[in-house]
Design a protein. Structure first.
Length: 305
């Protein structure tokens, strides 16, 4: 076998992928991606036979559970008789990249993938507790390290500056990566039906390559030049209503999968940045569980092909 450092599928000698640490038959063709292990457990509690409780440590026929040494938590079971996996990946585009590529290498046939995570809200009229479905896709906000580089011996310049769009001021904003329209619409419909009070809306998402500077959070300890980054983002994309760290990579890779992956992305607004309001823990747990149930039913009912 080729070295894991050059092998495309990066499999171990046991036939499992290197980072997620699962192999053929341990992951379903339908995958829900979440950030935390606790959210994965809340969703897996809706598997057939789980009885509303975390399947971890319990012997439930047809349910698989595994925690990798790299921080991935995988549950596989059935929802209304259809195989579904729920995987917690942590945060960031790199973790999403590991997951999508490695699962694609061990699952045969077409796949459906959806992210069910959390985000910051960027529109005052989309309050905390709302679930945003990225029906309009997701842009990617990237920090440009070359914009901060100073050649040794060069004359000192004022490091203050504004965030820029494509190529300007330290940050770049990509074009949107789009979801599968039919699958995304099905997820939105299921969420609206399950969450009539907190609500679900369609919108444009922004994925950032970090939690701090690339999301416009100000840190006086660093020269980040991100003071007006959110203003720039809204100027270029007035309808953007959520910001997080994973959805773009999922949608982008699905679009590059040669037609083998259909993807959608959705996230709970835990904090509305224009208003400063943050949802309470009890409401978050409710939306995680019931919104997760809606997402599971949507992915189980949607055709793979």
């Amino acid at each position: 076998m080729a070295s894991i450092w050059v092998c495309l599928s990066a499999e171990t000698n046991e036939g499992k992928v290197l980072h997620v640490d699962v192999g053929p038959g341990e992951v379903a063709n339908r995958v829900v991606k979440v950030g935390t292990a606790s959210r994965a457990a809340a969703l897996a509690a809706h598997f057939d036979g789980a009885g509303g409780k975390d399947p971890k440590g319990r012997s439930i026929p047809g349910v698989f559970f595994h925690e990798s040494s790299r921080g991935f938590t995988t549950y596989t079971g059935t929802v209304q008789g259809v195989g579904v996996s729920v995987v917690a990946i942590g945060m960031g585009t790199a973790m999403m990249d590991f997951l999508v590529r490695e699962l694609r290498s061990v699952v045969q046939g077409p796949m459906l993938m959806v992210r069910f995570g959390t985000c910051g809200g960027l529109q005052a009229e989309v309050p905390e507790g709302t679930v945003v479905v990225a029906e309009r896709g997701s842009v990617l906000v990237l920090r440009d390290p070359d914009a901060f580089h100073v050649d040794p011996g060069a004359e000192s310049t004022d490091s203050a500056g504004s965030a820029g769009g494509c190529g300007g001021g330290g940050y770049r904003i990509s074009k949107p990566a789009l979801p599968d329209p039919d699958f995304s619409a099905a997820v939105l419909q299921a969420l609206k039906a399950e969450l009539p009070n907190t609500g679900a809306v369609a919108g444009l998402n922004a994925t950032a390559d970090s939690f701090y500077a690339s999301q416009g959070r100000i840190d006086s300890h660093f020269d980040d030049r991100s003071d007006d980054l959110l203003e720039l983002l809204k100027r270029e994309h007035p309808s953007v209503c959520s910001m997080e760290m994973e959805s773009f990579q999922l949608l982008h890779l699905a679009n590059c999968s040669k037609g083998t992956i259909k993807a959608a992305a959705t996230a709970i607004v835990v904090a509305n940045r224009p208003t400063g309001k943050v949802m309470d823990g009890e409401t978050l747990s409710f939306v995680e569980s019931n919104g997760g149930k809606a997402v599971l039913r949507a992915i189980a009912a949607h055709p793979l092909g």
